[in-house]
Design a protein around this ligand. Structure first.
Ligand code: EPZ
Length: 447
């Protein structure tokens, strides 16, 4: 198992460039299945969720070949299988996008119930609502979801909750359905718009992505395309917070400032200076950080995927901050680990009360999910002394070479391999070859 070892107290300065968006890439790669010709996808982040997605495509029979830096040529015309097995699908949440893509292309799909970060209850009822509205039948047995449709017909889909995943899956299943599909109460995240733009670049007819009503007119044929994934809003936000936590001064390149608005506004309230340029921002701190209150919400609200990171920053701010997590039941897993570093945080249900102590001390800690891991890195960078972070595979699912980018900004962070403890070795074996550690698709391995 690998761990990060961080010697805190170094200011982050200089420049960092943001990679492609994880939550866009993991939807766009399955969406290639819908094309009748090869596609080239650019600005793909080197993260384990992408490795798994590419491997699933290869296992189905698609041809995946590198096409330059962070780019892949994918030929879906050779796909022969419409199934995503348990041992692969369980490794990430986004495996459920293969449901929508396979159903949209072949009128059938068989995918294991998805995995992903342990954030509490993560139902898929709204995904199934969308698929059945379009004419599919589903069965759930032995942890597998089976979808079948004699044909897919456009329909009205009104989501009971705002859901990124189900909005994406509804688009994937509807792009070739006969007639008009109207998705209401749709999610509006940047990665929703990115998927719609990708599908339209293949000849789909999708209007309204980014608003809460998306209209899709089914088309018979989707052609090949070359498409670049948008920059990662959450990676950019994570670096904004890390620079602020170390009282640094740095430029974050390859961003879309508009996507960062809610994060920028909150950081400015905390006392962080942010200057925006066309595709970059400067972040610096020249005064004490002050408390603020955060309520997570669907886009354009404050992203739940930034909640852990900003909590780490607020432990350094003067005063009492309140964080309300409105999306996930259990997204405070990082709190116990921050407490080990001297943070004073009280959690009651959806609300965390943070007494800013102004300082943190290095300690051995564990990442329990992707963004919790990011929060611990931020805390370790700001803390005095050494912080060792275990279970960093969570972090590597969603951040492209985090330690390399931080080192380039002046951080003292190393990735260290430690021999698996017997229990951990068993756990690793039972996780059936975690794709990112043991198996990589030929293409990705060549990167
Ligand atoms: C996506 O998860 C992201 N993952 C998550 O990011 C992110 O936290 C989440 O959207 C919210 O923005 C990917 O894109 C791979 P949802 P998803 O469907 O699609 C409820 C990260 O850190 N719901 O928008 O699973 C659900 O319980 C990860 O990058 C239903 O009730 O989230 C939740 O309360 C973590 N029924 C709310 O909707 C459903 O059928 C939002 O979930 C689906 C969702």
């Amino acid at each position: 198992m690998d761990k990060f070892v961080i010697k805190g107290g170094r200011r982050l300065t200089g420049e960092v460039s943001i990679s492609g968006a994880k939550n866009a890439a993991v939807a766009i790669l399955p969406a290639v299945i819908l094309s009748d010709e090869p596609c080239v996808i650019e600005n793909v982040p080197s993260i384990s969720d992408v490795v798994i997605s590419l491997r699933i495509l290869e296992e189905m029979g698609a041809e995946v070949t590198p096409a330059g830096h962070d780019a892949y040529r994918i030929d879906p015309t050779k796909i022969t299988k419409c199934c995503v097995p348990y041992e692969t699908a369980r490794k990430m949440r986004a495996s459920y996008y293969f449901l929508g893509a396979l159903l949209g292309k072949f009128n059938k799909a068989r995918v294991s119930m998805p995995g992903g970060c342990p954030l509490g209850d993560r139902p898929i009822d709204q995904h199934l609502k969308a698929f059945t509205a379009l004419g599919a039948d589903y069965t759930l047995s032995q942890g597998m979801i089976d979808l079948k449709a004699s044909k897919l017909t456009g329909n009205q889909i009104f989501f009971d909750v705002v859901t990124v995943g189900a909005t994406m899956n509804a688009m994937l299943a509807a792009v070739k359905a006969e007639g008009l599909t109207v998705i209401e109460n749709a999610a509006k995240e940047p990665h929703i718009v990115d998927l719609a733009n990708f599908l339209n670049s293949m000849g789909a007819n999708i209007m309204g992505a980014g608003t809460d009503v998306i209209k899709i007119r089914g088309v018979k044929h989707l052609h090949g395309t070359t498409y670049a994934v948008i920059p990662d809003q959450i990676e950019a936000g994570t670096f904004m917070v890390a620079i602020a936590a170390t009282k640094g001064d740095a430029i974050i390149k390859n961003v879309i400032p508009k996507h960062l608005e809610s994060i920028t506004k909150k950081l400015e309230k905390i006392g962080v200076n942010i200057e925006q340029f066309d595709d970059s921002i400067r972040v610096w701190v020249d005064s004490p950080l002050v408390k603020t209150n955060i309520k997570t919400a669907p886009h354009p609200g404050f992203p739940t995927d930034m909640q852990s990171q900003i909590a780490a920053l607020l432990t350094l701010a003067e005063g009492t901050s309140i964080i309300t997590e409105n999306i996930w039941d259990q997204r405070f897993g990082y709190v116990d680990e921050l407490r080990r570093m001297g943070a004073d945080i009280t959690v009651n249900g959806k609300v965390a009360l943070i007494e800013g102590t102004g300082k943190l001390m290095g300690a051995p800690v564990k990442a329990c999910d992707l963004r919790a891991g990011a929060a611990l890195i931020i805390a370790g960078l700001a803390a005095s002394g050494i912080t060792e972070i275990e279970d960093i595979y969570h972090i590597e699912r969603g951040y492209d070479c985090m330690e390399g980018k931080l080192r380039a900004l002046g951080a003292d962070i190393e990735k260290v391999s430690v021999p698996d403890k017997p229990a951990a070795k068993e756990a690793k074996k039972s996780s059936v070859n975690r794709a990112a550690d043991n198996h990589q698709p030929a293409a990705a391995a060549a990167v």
